[in-house]
Design a protein around this ligand. Structure first.
Ligand code: SF4
Ligand code: SF4
Length: 285
């Protein structure tokens, strides 16, 4: 007999989003409710497998009665709440936040950002050529993944994935203060000299491509990375008995990336070094 856990039944919370009545299970966030209603709220630091970090401030919405805008990724829906996602205040906030982020970091490989910049009318160049940036050379110190911190928006997702929320390796953390704050290994050591076990779970959650798999980095550099020509095949890792679900991204008959579905109850999108990187033997490179 198969026993399916359907969880504890939850009460529905009824509230208003942009004039429409929405009902969501108790405990849902405003972002959850908007997603269920088909309403897009831009986010960068939100991760569906991570606790909200409230770092990027892109998803701010207006709640009537609240003095400040609230982060929709972490604010729970409450009965009778009246939410505005597209008011003058939210549009101005989103525009300025995107301008600040895009002027400081290279967001050229961040999905959707170009569209959000256009839709909000954001102009990251308006701060002039002397605006402070985090531009710096990419760090290529191992064969598995690249750290390009010129693209980092300090969303903390990699730190959370490496630390207590998933991997518990604590190989990376936030160092420095203010604009000098940065993601770093202990004593800024090269990755091979750090506590990193190369699970790649930080790369999986990085929203900007600041962390990217070496194969993808190399193919982007030579102009051959093309997601429109990639297929995704779901299979099961054969390395051990856990049976993690793998998604093999294949381009030109070559595996170029391995991920795992975030909704998998076994992996929640996470893998170990074997599942993530142990596929080179199946192709002649
Ligand atoms: S690859 Fe894994 S262990 Fe290494 S820094 Fe990333 S999350 Fe941490
Ligand atoms: S490296 Fe990526 S995941 Fe880590 S803080 Fe920077 S943008 Fe976020």
């Amino acid at each position: 007999m198969t026993i399916v856990d359907i969880g504890i039944p939850k009460r529905l919370v009824e509230f208003t989003v942009d004039g429409s009545t929405v009902r969501v299970p108790e405990g849902s966030t405003i972002l959850d409710a908007c997603a269920a209603a088909g309403k897009e709220i831009p986010t960068l630091c939100y991760g569906d497998t991570l606790e909200p970090a409230n770092a990027c401030r892109v998803c701010m919405v207006e709640v009537e009665g609240s003095r400040t805008l609230v982060p929709s990724c972490s604010r729970k829906a409450e009965p009778g709440m009246v939410v505005h996602t597209d008011s003058e205040r939210t549009r101005t906030s989103r525009k300025v936040v995107l301008e600040l982020l895009a002027s400081a970091a290279d967001l050229s490989t961040t999905p959707e950002v170009a569209r959000w910049l256009a839709e909000t009318g954001a102009d990251p160049d308006r701060f002039g050529p002397d605006a402070a940036t985090v531009a710096q050379p990419a760090i290529v110190d191992n064969e598995l993944y690249v750290r390009d911190y010129g693209k980092c928006i300090l969303c903390y997702k990699c730190v959370d994935a490496c630390g207590e929320q998933w991997q518990n390796s604590f190989a990376i953390t936030v160092a420095g203060r203010g604009f000098d704050a940065r993601i770093s290994t202990e004593f800024s050591n090269p990755l091979p000299d750090s506590a990193c076990v190369y699970c790649g779970n930080c790369v999986e959650v990085c929203p900007t491509g600041a962390l990217s798999f070496k194969r993808e980095y190399d193919k982007r550099a030579d102009g051959s990375w093309d997601e429109s020509r990639q297929t995704a095949t779901t299979t099961v890792c054969t390395f051990c008995g856990v049976g993690c679900t793998l998604t093999l991204h294949v381009q030109d008959n070559e595996i170029v990336k391995v991920a795992s579905p975030h909704e998998s109850s076994v992996t929640h999108g996470n893998l170990c070094i074997k599942g993530r990187f142990g596929w080179q033997h199946v192709q002649n490179r």
